[in-house]
Design a protein around this ligand. Structure first.
Ligand code: SF4
Ligand code: SF4
Length: 151
């Protein structure tokens, strides 16, 4: 009898709705409000690659040794260089990194002997074209510039 009455008066439905309305208050919202609020990224997260430069001289730290390209299982890094006839050192001429094929394993970062290549905590890597996923040296040095939305 009780079960029938519960069904007639939609008791379970009303209970369910009460739970729903109880959690409508903003203090009970658990969903991340991205992009209005930026999420906390784990310390060891591996995201956008960056080619570090010397902050004092503005020169790249990369010595064009090509180890990152050799370490990459996807072979998506291309490093080109030319020998400076005066210093006899190799100088970086081109560095490209195809993000669309990267699995962010970090092997390239580990292989770099001078900490020039680093996978940062930047996670906004979307682009409208496939070509946009291929980052050149300038992009790698400057890093992504995501839009900060404010409401
Ligand atoms: S993170 Fe892994 S897949 Fe991506 S470029 Fe480095 S070595 Fe290659
Ligand atoms: S391993 Fe480091 S220094 Fe060597 S080419 Fe790659 S980024 Fe440059």
């Amino acid at each position: 009898m009780l079960t029938i009455l519960k069904k007639i008066f939609f008791v379970d439905l009303i209970r369910g709705l009460l739970v729903t309305f109880r959690y409508q208050h903003p203090k009970n919202i658990y969903t991340e409000q991205y992009p209005a609020e930026r999420p906390k990224i784990a310390e060891r997260y591996r995201g956008a690659p960056r080619l570090n430069i010397n902050p004092e001289t503005g020169e790249t730290l990369c010595i064009a040794c090509n180890l990152c390209a050799l370490a990459c299982p996807e072979q998506l890094i291309v490093v080109t260089s030319e020998r400076n006839e005066v210093t006899k050192r190799k100088e970086l001429t081109k560095f490209t990194y195809d993000l669309s094929r990267c699995m962010f394993c970090g092997l390239c970062e580990d292989a770099c002997p001078v900490d020039a290549l680093e996978l940062t905590q930047d996670f906004e890597l979307a682009s409208y074209t496939r070509e946009g996923a291929i980052w050149d040296r300038q992009m790698l040095e400057e890093g992504p510039k995501p839009i900060w939305y404010r409401y």
